[in-house]
Design a protein around this ligand. Sequence first.
Ligand code: MLC
Ligand code: AMP
Length: 515
Amino acid sequence: MNNHNLFAALRAAFPADLEQVAIDTADAPPGQIFTPLRYTWGDLERGTAMLANLIDSLALPPDSRIAVQVDKSVEALMLYLAVLRAGHVYLPLNTAYQAGEVEYFIGNAEPAMVVCAGRNFGWVSRIAFLAGTQQVFTLDDDRSGTLLDRAAFQGTTHEPAPRRAGDLAAIVYTSGTTGRSKGAMLTHGNLLSNARALHDFWAWQRGDVLVHALPIFHVHGLFVACHGALLNASRMIWFARFDPRAVVQRLGEATVFMGVPTMYVRMLAEAGLTRQACGHMRLFISGSAPLLIETFRRWQERTGHTILERYGMSETVMLTSNPYRPESARRGGTVGTPLPGVGVRVHDEKGHALQAGEIGGIEVKGPNVFKGYWRMPEKTADEFTTDLWFKTGDVGRIEADGFVTIVGRSKDLIISGGYNVYPAEIESCINELPGVAESAVVGVPHPDLGEVGVAVVVARPGTALDGAQLAAALKSRIAHFKVPKRVFVAAELPRNAMGKVQKNLLREQHKDLFA
Ligand code: MLC
Ligand code: AMP
């Protein structure tokens, strides 16, 4: 039997000369003096083997979930690869998540092992042990922590665990429009088929160097960017934090950059962003949120490069992409055509196929589409059509020549700087605050983050509420990026004759708030 372990495929692509540099670090943790570190392919090979051997030595049950909430570091990337190598299931968590959020993920996924930042060990380990987790380690971005201490005693060779294409490789939580987050189960086959499709479609080539400045707890930074570079044996210039000036300064040595639109907006504000600074660049890729046509055009004017926009989601990895060649065929405002092997169609609410150019729900099919939501068979069934196409919740149209344009979303979702914020989750959190009768959260345009949340809150009779205090209270409960950037107190929420809150009126009312 062939081993379909994704790690084995990535490892097979390593260069013959393992002493070549695989990753150059480009920044230091806050407060530390920056000493550039160089990791060779041999370091990745040995480091992932040691971590995989440590995981093996713990004798975890098969298909154990290993939940990881750590700051970005090369060792954190090695941990991801080691989990694949050992044949378990990687569960990345945004570092912004607070105790209530982490408690939910750990309770739901029941990981056998949790790795957290040293500063969070107290509260994370309490949550984990209560949920039945056997092993909790720490890993910090200065290469310290109990995980590496323990791995240091392990052997430096390791045979990747045999996996089938349909075996789970990762669970990525995505918030739900109603209720709590759902864990999207991605298989080795999902991730490898997509990585290979992108490798070919974006014409990864010898000598490519990727500037990696995305977080590695979401699919964009972890799968699209890392798999791309690893599968091509390409060096990565590794930023633990996105700093537009520092990134622009390193573009001269690179050929590929991937970012969310906010990153492009911020780099455009840098005087150092010139044609010369991008002289060696081959490809700028944008995704995770809509790229404004204005950003697309300004980037062309300033750098001479046309950003290639693509579209995907946690449940499906990448779905569509603008063409690589010719560059002039990339169309701003569109997300390109379906990737080879991926089916994309547009249906109306009754499930009828729509004609080219007609707007409806985007549905997708392919080897990249996830296996379902973790322990939620009913929710999984709801999100697939009877002929097994996945309903993305995005609304768009497909032109006769296959180009897809996303015009909106049927899911009530705000995408802020590439992070998803579900109004239902924020509203229920606001409604639990003392004195709150009800609330509504809507997305409004924002020049930097694309879109941000704004809340309108109604007080219980006889209670006085203050918007700033409500926002501060939310910050102690949920990830800060989810906290509405403004909170208004109103006498009532606008409702239609059916009693439904008219969010469109609130969006209209506040649309120029950040103009
Ligand atoms: C940070 N903040 C945000 C925010 N990012 N608020 C709203 N939306 C965001 N995206 C808030 C913080 O909570 C903090 O608030 C303050 O801004 C400063 O935080 P920071 O950490 O210094 O932020 P910064 O470094 O400026 O981060 C901006 C960013 C980051 C654009 C670099 O948001 C980012 O890395 N975005 C990429 C997300 C991503 O990878 N998405 C891919 C998902 S996968 P306070 O109150 O504490 O001061 C996917 C599928 C696909 O969507 O197709 O790819
Ligand atoms: P996530 O659940 O974090 O994976 O986010 C997936 C969602 O991001 C998709 O369903 C889209 O709504 C959105 N998205 C991703 N890429 C793009 C893009 N290029 N343009 C518009 N929306 C996008």
